[in-house]
Design a protein around this ligand. Structure first.
Ligand code: NAP
Length: 255
């Protein structure tokens, strides 16, 4: 049985990816900051009777916690084959409102945590010819108004992915980025609320306006997003590496 670490997996996209992997008989180590939520997710996943789920409380901006997460994963499941890098989204804000501390925190959360998790798991991924998926955002193709930190730092993940695909290819490690457009999670509900407030309209009206920009006419489900990630992590993916893919219902118009 393979083992995956899925970062930021107490809810939303991370939880959906963990669920998909466990249903495919992969053992999953869940990791995020909220122990109660992690406990509940682990119980749900173990009830599926497929792969096993365990968790380590981890703030991905803390390197010591990342090292402990990797150590505990090997202790619990024996090895590491798959890594999903994920974290909370950065706060909204414009150039005028964001402070140095905001910039630094977003770098630590959305770039450095990925670098550190890759570094800590690399000796294991080399042994297992493992696979990595980095979660980013549609801002890698088209800047999102009011999300300057995402628009800046997510592109770093695209560069990291492309560069590491070359560096890691000799070890048989494949690495890709998957970028959500509007997938219905608490994060998107939060962003809709913020935007609705800014425009002085209701949340439902905001949602309707957003959906009107998506050719498929609706938000994606976390399960639809997880299916794409699971393919990239599966044995069926033998030749795709260094890519950054959108899962956005056609929302982003850039080629
Ligand atoms: N949903 C979308 O359509 C969409 C679109 C573009 C980009 N994204 C990005 O994709 C990522 C996941 O999105 P989501 O929709 O699943 O968000 P979400 O519902 O807000 O979930 C975020 C997850 O990140 C964890 N987390 C936050 N800070 C953390 C930290 N310092 N250390 C460890 N875990 C942390 C949270 O768990 P704890 O509270 O337990 O730590 C939670 O499990 C975010 O970065 C988001 O900005 C999502």
């Amino acid at each position: 049985m393979k083992t995956a670490i899925v970062a930021a997996s107490s809810q939303g996209l991370g939880k959906a990816i963990a669920t998909k992997l466990v249903s495919q008989e992969v053992n999953v180590m869940l990791a995020s900051r909220d122990e109660q939520k992690l406990h509940a997710v682990a119980e749900q996943l173990n009830a599926l009777g497929k792969g096993k789920a365990a968790y380590v409380v981890t703030d991905v901006t803390n390197n010591a916690m990342i090292e402990q997460l990797v150590e505990k994963t090997v202790e619990t499941f024996g090895d590491i084959h798959l890594l999903v890098n994920n974290a909370g989204g950065p706060p909204t804000g414009t150039f005028a409102t964001l402070t140095d501390a905001d910039w630094q925190q977003a770098f630590e959360l959305n770039v450095l945590s990925y670098v550190r998790l890759i570094r800590a798991t690399l000796p294991h991924l080399k042994k297992t010819k493992g696979k990595i998926v980095n979660i980013a955002s549609s801002s890698i193709k088209e800047p999102i108004p009011g999300l300057l930190l995402s628009n800046t730092f997510r592109l770093g993940i695209v560069g990291l992915t492309k560069t590491l695909a070359q560096e890691f290819a000799p070890y048989g490690i494949l690495i890709n980025t998957v970028a959500p457009g509007r997938i219905a999670t608490e994060r998107v509900a939060y962003l809709d609320e913020q935007n609705a407030k800014k425009l002085g309209i209701g949340k439902e009206e905001m949602e309707a306006r957003m959906k009107a920009t998506i050719p498929l006419g609706r938000y994606g489900t976390p399960e639809e997003f997880a299916n794409v990630v699971a393919f990239l992590l599966s044995d069926e993916n033998t030749y795709m590496t260094g890519q950054s893919l959108l899962v956005d219902g056609g929302m982003v118009k850039a080629i």
